[in-house]
Design a binder for this molecule. Structure first.
Ligand code: AQP
Length: 343
């Protein structure tokens, strides 16, 4: 019997940041290490999704390959046969299924996607593409092609799981059981546990999440940042004038974010870290501790990155992309037949 599939993708629209690292990459690598044999892990670079927001196309391929190396530097076990690592556009079924799914998707239901509304508000009308509007349908294809059951998503992407389930169900109802649906958002949260809701905030504006498409980059610690420059970003993080360290995301978002980052780097629980710093009047000490942790982490991570075995990575891509093309094309062929494209 085939193993349940856990699937995640990280766009290559920019370098990854510490939010992507702690919120997506590490939990998945942990799963791959702890549950080898029980689940199949699909980790991919959604290169087609990467330019749903504007990118420098002359750098996209390089960024895609760089991000794959980041996965390996973060500890992705390439020798595990249950781990599949691939580039979305190397499996053409993603695009083909998207086009078919589009015709079963309502314009109205897509217009209600909050991530689209948020991202388009940031971009401004003249830079919002149909590709961004269609993002959730491509994501549905990413999931349905492999019958993926578990897809870690934060609150900002929960609607995309729901639309994937709706689309899958709609097509199954009309044509018979073509798709295995991903689990409900509630079940996803139960399966992935506490890391699911993790959202590291932007250092300059701690009321919004750290986001790699943010164009200034000043509030983001990228994995490729110079370690000393990243430490400086922490030292100049926005805080408040309350002169008391408390874990309170509403009243003290900047301080709470620093406590969260501190907890992640130190490996201590957020409660322990918050207790240790509680009510301290000086924000400088907290910032200094976090800055030192960030600097040490980046120096170590970047050494690992330099040592990534590129030939092993290329070999893994080839094996995974061959295997995933087979799986995806089998699903696509069933759909093509059902909708009348094949006899
Ligand atoms: N700030 C964050 N804290 C924790 N986890 C985060 N993730 C993103 N930001 C944070 C997780 O990283 C993965 C990246 O998915 P994506 O590349 O498809 O894009 P995203 O979710 O929209 O993440 P970004 O960094 O904000 O990218 P942009 O700005 O390009 O859209 C996801 O698993 C996400 O939960």
């Amino acid at each position: 019997m085939s193993k349940p599939v856990i699937l995640t993708g990280l766009r290559a629209n920019n370098d990854l940041h510490i939010g992507n690292y702690f919120g997506a990459l590490l939990p998945l690598i942990d799963m791959a290490k702890k549950h080898a044999g029980k689940y199949q892990i699909n980790l991919f670079v959604p290169d087609l999704h990467s330019f749903t927001t504007p990118v420098d196309h002359s750098k996209l391929y390089e960024q895609t390959m760089h991000n794959l190396k980041l996965f390996v530097a973060a500890g992705l076990p390439l020798d595990n046969p249950d781990v599949h690592l691939y580039r979305q556009s190397f499996i053409s079924a993603h695009s083909e299924l998207t086009l078919i799914l589009n015709c079963f998707t309502g314009f109205g239901e897509m217009s209600r996607m909050t991530q689209f509304k948020d991202k388009s508000a940031t971009l401004g009308d003249d830079r919002v593409s149909v590709g961004l509007f269609d993002y959730p349908v491509l994501m549905a294809a990413d999931i349905l092609l492999y019958s993926a059951e578990y897809v870690p998503v934060g609150d900002d992407q929960s609607q995309h799981i729901e639309i994937t389930r709706d689309l899958g169900m709609r097509i199954n109802n009309q044509f018979g059981e073509l798709f295995t649906l991903p689990r409900t958002v509630k079940e996803q949260h139960k399966f992935f546990g506490k890391d699911q809701g993790l959202r590291i905030k932007d250092l300059v504006d701690p009321t919004k999440k750290m986001s790699k498409s943010d164009e200034s980059g000043r509030g983001i610690v990228f994995l490729g940042d110079d370690p000393k420059a990243a430490a400086k970003k922490i030292m100049s993080a926005t805080t408040d004038s309350l002169s008391s360290v408390n874990l309170d995301y509403k009243k003290q978002p900047g301080i709470s974010n620093l406590l969260q980052i501190h907890a992640l780097f130190s490996g201590e629980s957020l409660e322990t870290v918050a207790k240790h710093h509680k009510n301290k009047a000086s924000y400088g000490d907290l910032k200094k501790e976090v800055a030192e942790e960030v600097e040490a982490f980046l120096a170590d991570f970047q050494t690992k990155l330099k040592n990534v075995d590129e030939s092993a990575l290329m070999a893994k891509l080839e094996t995974s992309e061959n295997a995933m093309n087979e799986v995806a094309n089998t699903t696509l062929a069933k759909v093509q037949k059902a909708v009348g494209l094949r006899g």
